[in-house]
Design a protein around this ligand. Structure first.
Ligand SMILES: Nc1ncnc2c1ncn2[C@@H]1O[C@H](COP(=O)(O)OP(=O)(O)OP(=O)(O)O)[C@@H](O)[C@H]1O
Ligand SMILES: [Mg+2]
Length: 442
């Protein structure tokens, strides 16, 4: 007998307990927030609301379809509101003497929580230890072409507060979040490497892939651990590359885990209940418009990293040829810089690499060679087919007997024909629009 099982939806778990917890957390939070007489009380209120948001995340994950959508909307407006309150709190803090947080930390529940946090931390800090940059990447400020605005903003944020902490008091607080955005290949990651090289203190470099775990709940814990490690080892910089893939804007596509990640991020960046001094978050993205609005606001300084201008391109070409012999004149360098308009930094490095290969290609395809004297030694160098020379193939020669021709202007012209720029006008337009609205020219 063929018994057909009727289709059943998975059982909708009983969410009423979660629901009432969420409601009561929000209620107490709002009450404390609205009636709180000082920063500490308002903070407590906000902490309830954040706990409520976390519970609500769990709740949303357990709901289906219509109900889920409806809850998401409520969740987003709650979170937006919480994020604004975080801003307000910060303003209060600047104007008021902040109370010693130890003063209130005596109760049992909190101590228990602290112990739990500790256990969890060691587990996750192992996973994150690789993120700490121990060997300086050896990129100097002087290796970076152009981007003067961005360089000085970063120096202001990264070097000065560490070197001269006393300058930063009162309203002159160091930046807590800096976002670098711009088309691909313009040097965002490169700038971060320069910060790691030049800044004292601990540098954490993580990509979103390191922080997004497929296990429910682990991503938030990783982020939490990351920030608490940074706080322990301050002064420190947390660099998060391609942050858009982690903190993308809300919407239909936003899944449960990224929602939790964003909340954790907001909490950690604002530092409710902990001292944030000495921790700078540096983000990079080439999709700034994809960032969640609350996250965007946390990055107080948003610096546009544009395509290199003609001077910067000339510097890049010249700088990347430092270790190769060339016959190029200053005018020819300038000319190449003009010819590479709208190339990004990485387009240029590909272009230069292609050009410096030309002499090797000449060698491979040469049918005739002639002998020249290099440092008193006779060596074979390829000649063009229509020139005088001894017929040979480079395969017959030993490496020590060959003189590779110097890179010449013509090699660059050949490479230019093959190279392409990778950023389109449309893309640039989008960046400029976004900069007008939210950014700052770098
Ligand atoms: N301003 C610059 N000065 C010197 N070199 C640069 C500059 N911009 C880019 N480059 C070169 O291009 C390469 C790629 O740059 P980088 O990885 O920093 O780009 P990015 O902005 O992070 O791009 P993406 O958005 O795709 O991650 C660098 O390794 C460097 O060689
Ligand atoms: Mg990058």
């Amino acid at each position: 007998m063929n018994v057909k099982m009727p289709y059943t939806k998975p059982l909708n778990q009983d969410n009423s307990k979660l629901q009432s917890e969420v409601i009561s957390l929000f209620k107490s939070g709002d009450l404390k927030w609205n009636t709180g007489q000082n920063v500490q009380e308002k903070k407590e209120g906000l902490n309830y609301i954040i706990q409520g948001l976390r519970k609500m995340e769990l709740w949303i994950e357990r709901e289906y379809d219509e109900k889920k959508k409806q809850l998401q909307l409520q969740y987003y407006s709650r979170r937006e509101e919480a994020s604004k309150r975080l801003d307000t709190l910060e303003k209060y803090e600047k104007g008021e003497v902040v109370q010693d947080s130890n003063g209130n930390a005596g109760n049992h529940q909190q101590q228990q929580k602290k112990q739990g946090d500790k256990d969890q931390k060691s587990e996750f800090s192992n996973a994150l230890s690789e993120a700490i940059v121990k060997d300086k990447p050896n990129v100097k400020w002087t290796d970076i072409a152009g981007l003067e605005g961005a360089k000085s903003a970063l120096q202001e944020a990264v070097l000065l507060p560490i070197k001269f902490p006393d300058f930063f008091e009162g309203a002159r607080t160091p930046w807590k979040g800096i976002l670098m955005y711009g088309p691909p290949g313009t040097g965002k990651t490169f700038l971060a490497k320069a910060c790691a090289t030049e800044a004292e203190g601990t540098f954490f470099s993580v990509s979103s892939a390191d922080l997004i775990s497929k296990y429910v709940g682990e991503s938030e814990k990783l982020i939490k651990t990351l920030f608490s490690m940074a706080r322990e080892q301050k002064p420190s910089i947390i660099f998060i590359d391609e942050i858009d893939s982690m903190c993308g804007a809300r919407g239909e596509g936003q899944n449960d885990s990224s929602r939790r990640v964003i909340t954790e991020f907001l909490v950690q960046m604002q530092g409710v209940g902990h001292d944030d001094k000495g921790v700078l978050v540096l983000g990079a993205t080439n999709l700034p418009w994809a960032l969640d609005t609350a996250i965007r606001r946390r990055f107080e300084k948003r610096i546009y990293i544009p395509l290199p201008d003609v001077k910067a391109r000339e510097f890049m070409i010249q700088n990347s040829l430092k270790k190769n012999k060339t016959t190029l004149t200053q005018e020819q360098f300038e000319d190449l810089a003009i010819k590479t308009e709208e190339y990004s930094g990485s387009d240029i490095s590909v272009f230069v690499r292609d050009a410096v290969y030309e002499p090797v290609r000449k060698l491979q395809s040469a049918k005739k060679f002639k002998q020249i004297s290099v440092d008193g030694q006779l060596k074979w160098t390829p000649v063009a087919d229509n020139e005088e020379g001894t017929p040979k193939s480079f395969m017959e020669l030993n490496q020590g007997d060959i003189a590779i021709p110097d890179v010449c202007y013509n090699d660059f012209l050949l490479a230019l024909k093959k190279s392409k720029k990778s950023v389109s006008k449309d893309q640039l337009g989008e960046f400029e629009r976004w900069t007008k609205e939210f950014g700052q020219e770098g």
